[in-house]
Structures are given as structure tokens and as C-alpha cells.
Unconditional design. Structure first.
Length: 94
């Protein structure tokens, strides 16, 4: 497995952290992002899986890699939170 690293600066605390991401997943994210930019599309990601399988960690690393301004206040854990976030500010939902 190839692991690539990127730096993430927390917008709230300013703390710089080194994060790692699987090389294949990084390549796929880059390709998806390129296609979305060509078509001027928004991104929407749903992560599912068994309890304790790493969904939260996977999502945090993925969002941190794709959006340097990402922070926990933009995470929605259920439909009601998502609806409220969209209604509050459509630009801030990840």
C-alpha cells in the first residue's frame, strides 16, 4: 500500500497537522475533483459501514484533504443536522 502525506491546518486553532492518505484513494479523489471542476459540480459524500469500522476517521481525512477549510462544525451526523446546515448556509456543508 502506498501512503501519501499532506498537511492540514485547522482553521479554528491554526494547528498544522500531518495527515496520511492511501495513495490509490488520493489519486481517485484527485480525478473525481478534476471531473467535478470541469462540470462545475458540487460534491456530496455519504459514508456507511459497521460501527467501529473507521467511517469517521475516513471521512475526516477525506474532507481535510479535499477542503483545507474543513472543520468539525461542518460535519452532519444525521438527516436533521444536514437539513439545518443546508438551510443555514448552503456553502458551508461538507
Amino acid at each position: 500500500m502506498v501512503v501519501e502525506y499532506f498537511n492540514y491546518k485547522c482553521p479554528t486553532t491554526g494547528v498544522l497537522r500531518a495527515c496520511s492518505i492511501d495513495g490509490k484513494w488520493k489519486k481517485n479523489l484527485d480525478l473525481i475533483n478534476l471531473e467535478l471542476r470541469k462540470k462545475d459540480r458540487d460534491k456530496f459524500l455519504i459514508i456507511t459501514g459497521e460501527e467501529g469500522s473507521g467511517k469517521t476517521v475516513f471521512g475526516m481525512i477525506t474532507c481535510s484533504y479535499k477542503d483545507p477549510t474543513f472543520n468539525l462544525s461542518r460535519v452532519c451526523m444525521n438527516g436533521e443536522e444536514f437539513k439545518n446546515a443546508v438551510m443555514k448556509d448552503r456553502k458551508s456543508v461538507v
